[in-house]
Ligand binder design. Structure first.
Ligand code: ADP
Length: 261
């Protein structure tokens, strides 16, 4: 039988090579992000470890001569630096576990309206939020179904509300709400605060792994720098999106968009 030679379709080949080029670029960016993350985290681990090492050395060399006050101060340094290490290691482990096991997401069809309402009432009874005005925006009668891993979804709410508290001041407001978009295809969950806000030039970086705005602006705040990266990963695993609108010194709103079930 005679073989027929089919000339490759130039458009298809061109299209494919474009796609390959983009995929390759994305892989390189992903690799770079991972390397940056490891580099940032090693750096972030070093600071509390150094403080812990010097406190222990100090206690070892002078435990029999230091005053009770000095002992308390040193123990308090050890306590706070160890907490920083714990947060870092826990968040890092959580982020890696989301990525390594896509299958351990247990998606269930859930009405998110009562979830947000209950979450709001938990915040109201949380002493950490005592100095913030808390508001709930939702229509209690509206059933808003989404396929959600509830434990992971609550982690998203925890991270966003903790940030809203962390990056605002006494007397500021925090609003948590749920609605649907105009197409009625998606559910919108949002967490809004009237806190310190984010400079426009930093907005696109905040979801990066291990990005923390310069310590010169937020000198007393501590965190792993992984909270929003965790939020982004979880929401992506739900086929959703997350973004932020913010104005420096006016506040920020974080939107989570989830497809309706
Ligand atoms: P962390 O809070 O541990 O630094 P995150 O990933 O949670 O890490 O946040 C990344 C950065 O985004 C923070 O360092 C902070 O600068 C900024 N940010 C996050 N949430 C808010 C918020 N509600 N208001 C102002 N800045 C925020």
């Amino acid at each position: 039988m005679k073989k027929k030679y089919l000339k490759p379709d130039v458009d298809i080949v061109e299209e494919l090579s474009k796609k390959l080029f983009i995929a390759n670029k994305e892989l390189k960016q992903e690799k770079q992000l991972k390397e940056d993350m490891i580099c940032n985290i090693s750096h972030d681990l070093r600071a509390p470890l150094t403080a812990i090492r010097s406190s222990i050395d100090y206690l070892n060399s002078s435990y029999d001569i230091i005053s009770k006050e000095e002992l308390c101060n040193t123990l308090s340094i050890l306590d706070s630096r160890t907490s920083i290490l714990e947060t870092l290691v826990n968040d890092l482990f959580y982020l890696i576990s989301i990525n390594s096991s896509a299958n351990n997401f247990h998606l269930e069809k859930i009405d998110l309206t009562p979830v947000i309402e209950e979450y709001y009432y938990t915040l109201l009874s949380d002493a950490a939020f005592d100095n913030r005005h808390l508001t709930l925006m939702c229509d209690s009668d509206k059933v808003l179904l989404a396929n959600v891993d509830i434990a992971r979804f609550l982690r998203v709410l925890d991270n966003l509300t903790t940030n809203a508290k962390k990056y605002s001041n006494d007397g500021d407001s925090i609003t948590i709400g749920i609605s649907e978009d105009t197409s009625l295809d998606n559910i919108i969950v949002f967490v809004r605060d009237t806190g310190i806000g984010i400079d426009e030039k930093n907005l696109n970086k905040i979801f990066e792994r291990s990005y923390t705005v310069s310590s010169s602006r937020t000198p007393t705040l501590s965190g792993s720098g992984l909270g929003l990266a965790i939020v982004k990963e979880i929401i992506q695993k739900h086929n959703g999106k997350v973004y932020c609108e913010s104005k420096l010194n006016e506040g920020s709103t974080f939107y989570v968009i989830l497809p309706k079930a």
